[in-house]
Design a protein around this ligand. Structure first.
Ligand SMILES: [Zn+2]
Length: 191
């Protein structure tokens, strides 16, 4: 799509993936950050509603496996607005690489909430995806992984994570998606 250089007002063609990145104007040679909200005129999201109760039930039935895979697959349901927005394949895959996954959980769940909130903002809705809780999920996973060093506290942490924090996180994420899907997209302005 076409935007104007903030320095020289010259026309510039950018894609969705340039949003939030630094761009150097070919005409005046000065750099600027491409605004995030150009994505309003880009591809719409493909998020679907899903019953929160079923999601939580499936989480318990599969001992947490379902929510890990389900939540990470959501990355493919939204337009990529940054070059490091992960694909679903990467997002799910890295969750199962020992060691790497402990770092990855901090990134993938936080970015997921950021991306959902972005879609909500584009539709004029408040940002309700649980960004802060995503950090708590990753922290508890990290502490829980230390069970071989501290078996008793490690198991307590893992129980709190698996039985309470993770299902609550998944439910809040799905809730923010269901609410978004129920609201029709605001028509894009301009361009
Ligand atoms: Zn310029």
């Amino acid at each position: 799509m076409r935007i104007e250089c903030p320095h020289c007002d010259g026309p510039i063609n950018v894609g969705d993936r340039d949003a939030g990145t630094t761009y150097r104007c070919g005409a005046c040679g000065r750099s600027f950050v491409v605004p995030l909200d150009i994505a309003q005129t880009g591809q719409p999201h493909q998020l679907d509603s899903f019953p929160v109760a079923s999601l939580v039930l499936l989480h318990y039935i599969t001992a947490g496996l379902f929510s890990i895979i389900y939540l990470n697959l959501l990355h493919d349901k939204m337009p990529r607005l940054r070059r490091n927005d992960p694909s679903a394949t990467w997002a799910v895959g890295l969750c199962f690489v020992p060691g790497v996954n402990l770092v990855w959980f901090f990134f993938t769940y936080h970015r997921l909430c950021v991306r959902i909130n972005e879609q909500r903002r584009f539709n004029g809705l408040p940002e309700t995806a649980p960004t802060s809780l995503s950090v708590a999920v990753a922290l508890l996973t990290l502490f829980g992984s230390l069970t071989y060093l501290f078996p008793a506290p490690g198991l307590v942490v893992l129980s709190v994570l698996g039985l309470i924090v993770m299902p609550v996180f998944a439910a809040l994420v799905q809730n923010s998606i269901n609410d978004l899907v129920e609201h029709p997209t605001v028509p894009a302005v301009g361009c």
